[in-house]
Design a protein around this ligand. Structure first.
Ligand code: F6R
Length: 614
């Protein structure tokens, strides 16, 4: 989830590129760099840390040129550092990249066998070597060299390159990572996101999957993978800068809710092996041989993801799995030690309680793995191994895409444990892995059905207007959907400031049923599958007390419609994976009610992202 900007024209490129990168600061990043071709040839400056550090470096070692590219990095491979910052250079070629190259280790060995040496830990550097190799072997244009490189690469990319053998051209290509071309008068732009160039042009070409583009001051030419010319429309952007940062969505939270299919796909990429019914954890070997149990430690939304993780690990791996609130664990005298596999789950990797719990567990002899979204964060550094979620930076304070990315990482771990322990057969693994591979498509379908025009029409607006005045809400779920009831209640509390409780549906009769009356909206998570009949009888108990029921139900379950006030539909999926879908309407409902109450959804009161205070 890096930021990219490129320029070619009659102006000095560097100030323009730095300004463009600053428009992408809202995405978060850990390092930045610029390359330009001028009188001194190709020059590159890159620095870890904030853009101001790069700007200061450029002030003391200025680089000239009317063609250049810039990058802000959000690390996925290799810690944040100067060596790992983009652009990456090999010979005459320099490259910036957004995405994940799956076969980078294999390509790296092939390049090393040709005598090439690498100076970073990134997957991107192979791109620079592949393109330079093609130039050395006689490519007649930069586009030809990039095309030869792309043919060998598996994974996702938005790549932008410069080569001082072809000093008037930028070549860019995309595969599953966004890239746009900005059309100017006597100048052209390329960027990962519209805000980076909106100040200079509103005429934008949105590139499609597999597109490659040659960009010169005089114009641009788009081709497909085979080199055939393709035509893409030029669109005039009418959004203002703040809307453009949100890709046209009214809030980052809604944008991130809609990014979930991509976040799940990126977290699965290269790790899920559907043909073998297995998963790999990017070289991490969990010491299961000696393990008595797995202990999951986390706070807040990450804790609720862990409760789903327990369900999956125990059911697939038949190994006891405990889940503990990191904020409690570290302040008692926990029984933990050698033989325990501890997994700490954290979006930010900086939550003080979770970090404290990791240190406590390690000090007592446990082996600790982090499931973390931010490369090089404190929890990643403190753990014995780290498995990254590839959700990209989460800007909205209420966690959404990181929750489903955490579920993905935990499902991969459960599959891994089940296959290593022999408790999950290859055939059963294949069945689950195939269902996991279909998750991004199911999630897209679910979101599109619930909110068909999210950029222009607030989702679930009727429900939101109806329930925005409620004083309390109750969320009920069973089995793997019980943690989703807890998460639904947390999201609503956090951004709408309505009191909400999540409850195990079967526990209702043990007391809380006394609360139910016609003033209490009750969200019942009732997808078809194991436990459906039981949830339906809980739903009947609520109705008998005149509670207002909103059901989350499977597409095609018409029987439920007559029994409830409103139904939020989710597609059919393997029942063990239902949380990936059932959480989506609850995120949208919380968002919609908060918007209907006029709250600032991206920055709720009393909260800030990455809370590290005690
Ligand atoms: C809720 C939310 C918080 C975090 C919690 C842990 O939407 O974002 O509950 O989940 O503060 O944060 P991380 O995952 O960064 O450790």
């Amino acid at each position: 989830m890096c930021g990219i900007v490129g320029y070619v024209g009659s102006k000095q490129a560097v100030p323009l590129l730095v300004a463009g990168l600053s428009r992408l600061e809202y995405r978060g990043y850990d390092s930045a760099g610029i390359a330009a071709i001028g009188p001194k040839g190709l020059q590159v400056v890159r620095r870890p840390g904030k853009l101001s550090v790069l700007a200061a470096a450029l002030a003391s070692e200025p680089i000239e040129g009317k063609i250049g590219i810039g990058h802000t990095r959000w690390a996925t491979h290799g810690r944040p550092s100067q060596e790992n910052a983009h652009p990456h250079t090999s010979g005459a070629v320099t490259v910036v990249h957004n995405g994940i190259i799956e076969n980078h280790l294999e390509l790296r060995s092939q390049m090393e066998a040709l005598g090439r040496t690498f100076s970073s830990d990134t997957d991107t550097e192979v791109f620079a070597h592949l393109i330079d190799q093609a130039v050395v072997e006689g490519a007649k244009s930069l586009a030809e060299a990039v095309r030869a490189a792309i043919a060998r690469v598996e994974g996702t990319y938005a790549i932008v390159t410069l080569c001082d053998r072809f000093p008037d051209t930028i070549v860019a290509a995309r595969n599953a990572s966004p890239l746009v071309v900005g059309v100017g008068k006597g100048e052209s732009f390329v960027a990962s996101d519209v805000p980076a160039i909106l100040e200079h042009t509103r005429e934008i070409v949105f590139l499609d999957e597999g597109d490659m583009v040659e960009i010169r001051a005089s114009g641009y030419a788009v081709t497909d993978r085979s080199g055939a010319t393709v035509t893409r429309p030029v669109e005039t952007i009418t959004w203002n800068a703040s809307q453009a940062e949100k890709d046209g969505f009214p809030h980052f939270m809604l944008k991130e809710i809609f990014e979930q299919p991509r976040a799940v796909a990126d977290t699965l990429r290269g790790r899920l092996l559907p043909d073998r019914g297995d998963a790999v954890l990017e070289g991490i070997e969990v010491p299961l041989g000696k393990a008595n149990r797995i202990v999951l430690l986390a706070c807040g939304t990450s804790y609720y993801a862990s409760l789903v993780g327990k369900f999956l690990i125990e059911s697939l791996g038949r190994l006891p799995c405990e889940v503990d609130l990191a904020s409690e664990f570290r302040h008692r005298d926990p029984v933990i030690g050698p033989g325990d596999v501890v997994v700490a789950i954290s979006q930010s990797g900086e939550t003080a309680d979770t970090l404290g719990a990791v240190r406590e567990a390690k000090a007592r002899g446990a082996w600790v793995m982090g499931i973390v979204n931010v490369v090089g964060s404190a929890i990643a550094r403190a753990s014995d191994a780290t498995f990254y979620t590839h959700a990209g930076p989460e800007i909205g304070v209420a966690s959404t895409k990181c929750f489903t990315a955490q579920l993905t990482a935990l499902a991969l771990l459960a599959l891994y444990v089940g296959r290593r322990r022999g408790t999950l057969s290859e055939a059963a693994g294949r069945e689950l892995a195939t269902a996991m591979a279909a998750l991004p498509e199911r999630m897209t379908r679910c979101l599109e059905h619930l909110a068909p025009s999210p950029k222009t029409q607030s989702p679930l607006v009727d429900l939101a207007l109806r329930f925005r005045g409620a004083r309390d809400f109750l969320f009920l779920g069973r089995g793997v959907n019980y943690p989703i009831a807890l998460e639904g209640a947390l999201k609503l509390k956090e951004i709408s400031y309505i009191h909400a409780e999540g409850y195990a549906a079967g526990e209702m009769k043990h007391g809380p049923i006394a609360l139910i009356d016609d003033g209490l909206p009750v969200v019942v998570i009732a997808p078809r599958g194991p436990g459906y009949e039981k949830v339906m009888s809980n739903l009947a108990e609520v109705r008998a007390r005149k509670g207002t029921v909103l059901a989350v139900a499977t597409e095609g379950d018409e029987a439920i419609t007559k029994q409830v006030e409103a139904v939020l539909r989710v597609p059919e999926i393997d029942p063990r994976l239902q949380p990936f879908l059932t959480v989506l309407p609850l995120q949208l409902l919380a968002y919609a009610i908060a918007v209907a109450r006029g709250n600032d959804v991206d920055q709720p009161r009393n909260l800030a992202k990455s809370v590290t205070v005690e």
